[in-house]
Every structure is written in structure tokens, then in C-alpha cells.
Design a protein around this ligand. Structure first.
Ligand code: HEM
Ligand code: HEM
Length: 195
């Protein structure tokens, strides 16, 4: 196996491997996998452990609050300004996926960016309505528990769409995006890619 070499730009390369670039900083990666763990814990304990359920829900809310700050002051690809696009761009990108002509993005693609924001917004609504059910004012109020239950179910549904998007993009662009969310690194931009 050829030895890894360090280039002038500090990029680790192997003669048989593509050069890579750092995309997801550690805050984004820790946020992502902690959010996954919080959601899974909250979901699994909804009917069994009140304490753990509440703790996991508050953890999800706190993670989102931190990510909102990081989306403003964080590194390049973590910033909302880098990956939030209007509905036109999102629809255009979804159409391009159907025709097989979508560009590869180094950061979140327009559809992925929209999904990221939607997941965080609904997760926040779920935590908020969950907390509301514990207050004197909203305890026993039907629409609040309904909103809590349905927003939690909406997250689960969207997570499947999120995973499908990750798998489709990984296959189409010949890269393992799940591994990239673990290592933070992706293949460097090539002609035609959107950096
Ligand atoms: C509760 C379940 C999940 C939630 C709420 C969730 C949420 C998110 C969020 C908010 C981001 C954006 C990260 C950021 O910019 O800070 C993201 C990205 C990502 N997630 Fe998840 N995720 C979930 C489950 C998963 C699972 C199970 C996988 C894979 C096994 C996964 C793979 C990814 C990948 C690869 C990205 C980066 C996508 C890209 O390259 O644009 N996610 N997810
Ligand atoms: C964001 C993460 C959260 C998720 C995914 C989640 C999910 C769920 C689910 C699936 C249920 C069962 C609904 C049903 O079938 O009736 C539930 C119930 C409940 N959750 Fe959460 N929850 C979260 C956060 C919270 C928080 C932060 C609190 C309060 C501190 C909370 C308090 C409750 C309570 C009191 C119930 C039972 C009463 C009811 O159904 O209204 N949850 N949650």
C-alpha cells in the first residue's frame, strides 16, 4: 500500500486516492450524531421513562439552539448563508435529480439544506410542545399534546426522506456521505461541482 503524503496545501493524499477537503467541522459532526441520539432516546422512552424522555427532548432543543449560533459564527460550510436557498433553487435541484443532471455540492445541496432546516424547526416545535404539556397553563390541553405527537411523527417520516436523500446523493456522486459526516472530509471539488 503506498504511503500517505502531505501536499503543499496540507491535504492528505495517497497516489491511489482522491485528495480530500475538510467540510464538516467537529461542532457540526458532534451536533449531528448527538441530535440523532437525542431523538432516538426521546422516541424510545416516550411511553416508558418520563425523566429520560424530558431530558432527551431538552437536549435536542439545546443542540438546536447551539447549532443556530454556529450557523452564524461557525466555519464556512456550517453557515446557513452557505446552504440556504430559496424554494425555486430547491425545486430546480429536485427536478435535476429526476433527470439525473444535478450538480455535486461540497456543502449541503439545496434540497439537503431545506431538509436540514425543516428537521431542526420541527424538532424544536416537538420539544417546545413537549415542554408545554408540563406547564400549568397547557397541561391537559388537547391541541398541545396532539401537536407534540404529530410533530414527533413528522420528524420520523422526514428522517426516512433525509436518509433516502443521503443514499441517493452518495450513489450518484460516488462518495460515502455518511462517512463524511463522521470524518468531516469529502472529495475535493472537481470541474462542474459547486464548492
Ligand atoms: C433523528 C435522525 C436525524 C436527524 C434529526 C438528522 C438531522 C440532520 C441535520 C440537522 C443535518 C445537518 C447537519 C448540519 O449542517 O449541522 C444532517 C445532515 C446529515 N445527516 Fe442526518 N439526521 C438524522 C439521522 C441521520 C442518519 C441516521 C444518518 C446516516 C446514517 C444521517 C446522515 C446525514 C448526513 C450524511 C448528513 C450530511 C448531508 C450532506 O452531505 O449534505 N442522518 N442530518
Ligand atoms: C424533541 C424531542 C421529543 C420527541 C421526539 C418526543 C416524542 C414524543 C412522543 C412520540 C410521544 C408519544 C405521543 C403519543 O403517542 O401520545 C411523546 C409524549 C410526551 N412527551 Fe415528548 N418528545 C420530545 C420532547 C419532549 C419534551 C422536551 C418534553 C417535556 C419536557 C416532552 C414531554 C412529553 C409528555 C409529557 C408526553 C406525554 C403526554 C402527551 O402525549 O401529551 N417531550 N413525546
Amino acid at each position: 500500500m503506498p504511503k500517505p503524503a502531505r501536499t503543499e496545501t496540507g491535504t492528505i493524499t495517497r497516489p491511489d486516492a482522491h485528495p480530500t477537503v475538510r467540510v464538516w467541522d467537529w461542532v457540526v459532526r458532534v451536533f449531528h450524531w448527538s441530535l440523532v441520539a437525542s431523538f432516538a432516546t426521546a422516541w424510545l422512552t416516550a411511553h416508558s421513562s418520563e425523566d429520560i424522555h424530558h431530558l432527551a427532548g431538552y437536549a435536542a432543543a439545546a443542540l438546536i439552539a447551539l447549532r443556530l449560533i454556529w450557523g452564524i459564527v461557525g466555519t464556512h460550510y456550517a453557515r446557513f448563508s452557505q446552504f440556504t436557498r430559496g424554494p425555486r433553487a430547491v425545486i430546480g435541484y429536485l427536478r435535476a435529480i429526476v433527470t439525473g443532471s444535478e450538480a455535486r455540492y461540497i456543502g449541503h445541496n439545496p434540497a439537503g439544506g431545506a431538509m436540514v432546516l425543516t428537521l431542526m424547526a420541527i424538532m424544536f416545535v416537538t420539544a417546545l410542545t413537549g415542554w408545554m404539556t408540563t406547564t400549568d397553563q397547557f397541561w391537559g390541553v388537547e391541541w398541545v399534546s396532539q401537536a407534540h405527537e404529530w410533530s414527533a411523527k413528522a420528524i420520523l417520516m422526514l428522517v426516512f426522506v433525509h436518509l433516502a436523500g443521503v443514499i441517493v446523493a452518495s450513489v450518484r456522486h460516488h462518495e460515502n456521505l455518511i462517512r463524511a459526516m463522521l470524518t468531516g472530509r469529502k472529495r475535493m471539488a472537481e470541474p462542474g461541482d459547486v464548492a
